[in-house]
Ligand binder design. Sequence first.
Ligand code: SAM
Ligand code: SF4
Length: 322
Amino acid sequence: MLIDGHGRKVNYLRISVTERCNFRCQYCMPEKPFSWVPKENLLSFEDLFLFIKVGIDEGIDKIRITGGEPLLRADLDSFVKMISDYKPDIDLALTTNGFLLKETAQKLKDAGLKRLNVSLDSLKAGVAMKIAQRDVLIKVLEGIDRALHVGLGVKINSVPLKGINDDEVLALLEFAKSKNLQIRYIEYMENRFAKEKLQGLNAQEIQDIISTKYSFKPVGRVASSPAHLFELEDGYRFGIIDPHKHDFCEDCNRIRLTAEGMLIPCLYFDEAMSIKESVQKGDVQAAANVLKEVLANKPEKNKWSSDSENETSDRAFYETGG
Ligand code: SAM
Ligand code: SF4
């Protein structure tokens, strides 16, 4: 079992397989052009898998593949299969923008993927284009339908932004409800890579909008999940992820690995240690040592929850996977 320096059990590994993305979401990507990490600096699936085996052997039983856009990485299904074959009962999920899902959903399901979260911020083509800075909506909706068709579990992630898509909180809820999918609204997390001047809706503002049409009650938070859940009168549940409240740090169970092999103990902070050298040498013990050192130094909580205004993370979400 993996225990961090604050006594929390860590069993959840999120792996960003690429920082590259086919979208340029305003809340995630810098406005100015920037250069990607050269492809040769990325760890191969074999190298990532060596670390994953170390993690699983030490107690990781939940893995999420993310990015950047993970479906941009060729043969992702082969990576899914490596993990699934090693531990068939692992809780294996993916977070995607959905653009390439129509073409890949069946292969991912066959390889052992169980669930995915698809980001959907608007049901209006023009607004989706404004946020992603690409014409994306139709492909994303087709991707969601294909994923459901092949039997993958699907949740929707949505970031409500003031003056951009804040008038779609109810429409997105009703879209998700009509397909029997859980929607989780994510409060915009300030970071220095996002477009300046964006303002997110906070958890209360999201609830206020939903309460104009529906009655609902809070039903708490599943342990170690960042989402607070709410239930409508007909039993439909939606979630709100509120990083500005520090309660989910109390039972944080996760660590993050980037495509370059940086092991990150907390999404907010810049601190990380590399596993690259150890996995490329096939040195399992060295990789396990890095894992333990990172856990020993895992921060107690993020600073979005800080009392001081305008806390901004130095982390780029497209690198770490959000
Ligand atoms: N490209 C995939 C996607 O968009 O789902 C996976 C990576 S993306 C970084 C993971 C999640 O982080 C998405 O649901 C996205 O909406 C969320 N995200 C990115 N930047 C964010 C920010 N500044 N605040 C809140 N959520 C953010
Ligand atoms: Fe790409 Fe996802 Fe970031 Fe949007 S949120 S730019 S889809 S990595």
